[in-house]
Design a protein around this ligand. Structure first.
Ligand code: 13P
Length: 304
């Protein structure tokens, strides 16, 4: 291990003990951050851990809505986001005000909100979902009609797997939305017989042309269990680190070189150390927003 890494890792371990902190990292984080984390996972796994973990401080290495989710579920803990600039363009594609207007147009629809959204938007929702449970959650609802926000691609994925009417919001992940059908065809040609596994944030045409669509946790599980020795991966490139680490004898190819989320790359060891030292930047949610947002998240956790 290079000297910088070793020094910072040691510093982080010491400070973690001192303030009884736990480090959570999303599967898209850079290698060194994944290595420093106590838990690495997909959005659903991390929100579950945030709700249950025994710690005074959570250092959330991901993007803003993820840390906010932890602050909603665990208000008694200090939740830190090492780089406050780590946002999510998809989450910014819906505001609480715009959602309130849309709800007036569809008074009978259940509002199903992807966790990639702000606390204010979650507070306007009946239930939250992640990509690992969206189909099950929607199918478990009593309502015949759902308003799915903000990701139209994940919403279409759900619509293809439910008898309910799904009303879509015009939002999308700018990283996954970039993957093209031509790239899927080119990958098939370059690697005949190799499964193409994508994230449901990709466009419906890309999902349909691929072999499987799973959350990042689902992709990891598939990679562990399949007999295939080669896989083509259509999600943010950070996942390849864990895929290779867990499956050293298998080969993974990124479906598109455009699959990089700059927001997920802001966090590094220096920023984790600094946030543990200063207990900043701290993410909090006002109580009047937190309580209704918590209900929507807890409904998801209890159904899934
Ligand atoms: P998951 O880890 O839940 O698959 O989410 C991926 C993602 O795009 C988060 O923004």
């Amino acid at each position: 291990m290079e000297e910088r890494r070793a020094v910072l890792m040691e510093k982080i371990q010491k400070m973690k003990k001192k303030c009884n902190a736990v480090i959570l990292a999303h599967n898209y984080q850079i290698d060194e951050v994944q290595d420093a984390a106590d838990h690495v996972g997909d959005s659903f796994a991390l929100s579950r851990i945030a709700a249950q973990v025994e710690a005074d401080v959570i250092v959330f290495c991901g993007v803003h809505f993820m840390a906010e989710g932890a602050a909603i579920l665990a208000p008694e803990k200090t939740v830190l986001l090492p780089d406050i600039q780590a946002g999510c363009p998809l989450a910014d594609m819906v505001t609480a005000e715009a959602l309130r207007e849309k709800k007036k147009m569809h008074p009978h629809a259940a509002v199903v909100t992807y966790v990639n959204s702000s606390a204010e938007v979650k507070a306007e929702s009946d239930v939250c979902v992640t990509s690992s449970n969206a189909v099950n959650v929607v199918n478990s609802l009593d309502a015949e009609e759902v308003l799915f926000v903000p990701d139209k691609n994940l919403g279409s994925f759900v619509a293809d797997r439910t008898a309910k009417k799904v009303i879509l919001w015009d939002g999308y992940c700018i990283t996954h939305h970039r993957v093209t059908l031509e790239e899927v065809h080119a990958a098939r040609e370059a690697h005949p017989g190799t499964p193409i596994v994508v994230h449901p944030e990709c466009t419906p045409e890309v999902v349909k042309a691929s072999d499987h669509a799973f959350s990042t946790g689902g992709i990891l599980k598939f990679a562990r269990e399949t007999d295939h020795r080669k896989l083509i991966i259509g999600t943010e490139m950070g996942l390849l680190y864990r895929l290779k680490k867990e499956n050293p004898h298998k080969q993974f190819y990124l479906l598109s070189q455009a699959l990089i989320c700059p927001n997920m790359k802001y966090t590094n060891l220096e920023k984790i150390a600094a946030s543990l030292e200063t207990l900043q930047p701290r993410i909090t949610v006002p109580e009047e927003i937190r309580e209704p947002a918590r209900l929507a998240l807890e409904r998801m956790l209890s159904i899934a």
